[in-house]
Design a protein around this ligand. Sequence first.
Ligand code: MN
Length: 253
Amino acid sequence: MAPLIGVTSTLKEDVELVGERPLGAFVRTDLDYITGVAQAGGAPVVLPPIAETAEEMARRIDGLLLSGGSDLDPGYYGQEPLSELGQTVPERDAFEMACLTYALEECIPVFGICRGMQVLNVALGGTLYQDLPSQLSDGSIAHLQQTPKWQWTHEVEVEEGSATAKILQAITLRVNSYHHQAIKDLAGGLVAVAHAPDGVIEAVEFHDLSERWLVGVQWHAEAMRDAEVCEYRHLFEAHVAAAEQYALRRTAV
Ligand code: MN
């Protein structure tokens, strides 16, 4: 059986009109995450951001994919919002934190993309830059690219010997970049295994993936999986493989 991979989503108010009626609110996630999981051999399932049912949903999945999206409420890492903070979605924040807490307790493999990597870091006790351009970046690298998401822009240097380097089968790669936030203080247990030329953390992994499969990338791997650089697909495959192992262990208990 293919492992069940829960893909997180957001709420979107649709302001378009059908006839004269507003469409209302929708659960939304990018199709690229779903096809990324499916092409890697997993069975994707979209998790709606309803915090009350987070644990019940988390119980049933074999892997968790934290997708990209809006800014996380800085209250989760003990900060007041700066004026440069972007839009936040409280329902989504509450849901992902609850779902992730359960996943971490149960050692469910977690793959975080963009915001997802940041959420993972915060859930484990780390902090974020709320806004790179005003807080850290010297402007030498555009982390919020203006070109389409499937185009790679800046370079990333991956730590040789890291699990992520083994998964990617690459040390130097070019990635897309669609973020104005980044990891500031790294959470205990996580290792920064890739950096942009300006020092921004671009990938993290748990110090021992055999103990706990936690991997996060700051770039949008899901959008690049059909690009010339096919290494991105390996991230989805590694996550699905870890979820398969988790499912076997769970059935054995
Ligand atoms: Mn970047």
